[in-house]
Design a protein around this ligand. Sequence first.
Ligand SMILES: [Zn+2]
Length: 281
Amino acid sequence: MSRTRSPKLGRNDPCYCGSGRKYKDCHLRQEEEWRSQQLRLREAQDSLLQRILAMAQTAEPADLRAAFARYWQERYQFEQLAELNEREGYGADRFMVWFAFDYVQSDGQTLVARLAAGADQSNLNPLERQLLPQWVNVRLRPYRVERLHPNAGADLRDLLTDETLTLADSHASLRLELGEVMIGHLVPVDTPLGSSRPNYYLAGPAAHLTPDTAEPLKAFAGVYLEAMQRERPTATWSDLLAERSEIFSHFILILPTDKPDPERLERFVAETRQRLLSSAA
Ligand SMILES: [Zn+2]
């Protein structure tokens, strides 16, 4: 798609592509179809997420309990799940999204992966089916807010890989602050006209951390990657995320609730390092 054409091109002007046809009969129609398709994809994002979360509610209780223990460690009992939205900032909802996207169930797959590979997608509309395969590798992960676009979204940087991405979720971006660390599930949805990079939206609630947590959090995740690389030297952030993304929940759990406490974070990272890396030193 050309980005150099005049924005003032009229409907009856010759199309910019040189086809000789009027713009309205040539690329304008394609552009309008593209935009309406992308709008419908954004609607499908909502409905698909609701379907996924409804399936998570009916998962095997043994899977839910095992996942709960991994995500919350010993902090809470499974019976307390309903309380966690109050006590841990949408903790119940955050856990269910993590369970659906990240937790490998007893059949060796995540719920989203099983749905994407499954024979029975008859419940899904075509746009939901189109989105689903791109969501299979979505995991809980941390981002830094680089730039806010009022009422339009934000530019985010993946805290682990330094890749940048566009959050087009204007609703979610209202709760973001510049420089903060956001930990959540970002799903790719629509692709703007003329771009090859998708827009991302927030699936479920995110955790919002103060800017000072960025460095300790990266160090903390780095300790886990280093431990993983002792067994598998070629392991990457993707491997860590695929197998251990609950560590970001553990990090959130130790954060002080009143005021930043850098020493506490340093201590936590040092203890984690000691626990994971000291034995083989
Ligand atoms: Zn054209």
